[in-house]
Design a protein around this ligand. Structure first.
Ligand code: DAT
Ligand code: MG
Length: 147
């Protein structure tokens, strides 16, 4: 079954949005496989955002993402990577549709509340950065047949 890496950024944690955001993924029908509150080191942040190393906003991004605890999660389900990106909304909250997480909770592109993997390859890579195999729970839900 497909898995994705989702991370509530320091602004989302500080603004008490963990519960509401987790609820959206639960209500959609996805399964929580792992979750923890963690403060990223500079090295972990630079690895996670490695694809943006040459971008002008890279230093600002690393400073922000390491500024306080993030809530790191792994969610599982059919097409969870693509559907999570829809739940999350466009990178720039000014373009994110109302009803999406960024559309409802964020204003600035630099502080857009949440991260979600953009492909199954990114998901595998990012899950590997943040979680060990033992931290990923394998279990069945009785609602599987309905959702
Ligand atoms: P996403 O988080 O939607 O996958 P991304 O991978 O292009 O977006 O960028 C990673 C993060 O970097 C993004 O969530 C916020 C920040 N960022 C992107 N573009 C930016 C910009 N033009 N100015 C400032 N921060 C930016
Ligand atoms: Mg991205």
């Amino acid at each position: 079954m497909e898995r994705t890496y989702v991370m509530i950024k320091p602004d989302g944690v500080q603004r008490n949005l963990i519960g509401q955001i987790v609820s959206r993924f639960e209500q959609k029908g996805f399964k929580l496989v792992a979750g923890k509150l963690v403060t990223l080191s500079k090295e972990t942040a630079e690895t996670h955002y490695g694809e943006h190393r040459e971008k002008p906003f890279f230093n600002e991004l690393v400073t922000f993402i390491t500024s306080g605890p993030v809530f790191a999660m792994v969610w599982e389900g059919e097409q969870v990577v693509k559907i999570s990106r829809h739940l999350i909304g466009a990178t720039n909250p000014a373009e994110a549709t109302p009803g999406s997480i960024r559309g409802d909770y964020a204003i600035q592109v630099g502080m857009n509340v949440i991260h979600g993997s953009d492909s199954t390859e990114s998901a595998d890579r990012e899950i590997g950065i943040f979680f060990s195999e033992e931290e990923l729970s394998t279990y069945e839900k009785n609602t599987n047949v309905w959702v």
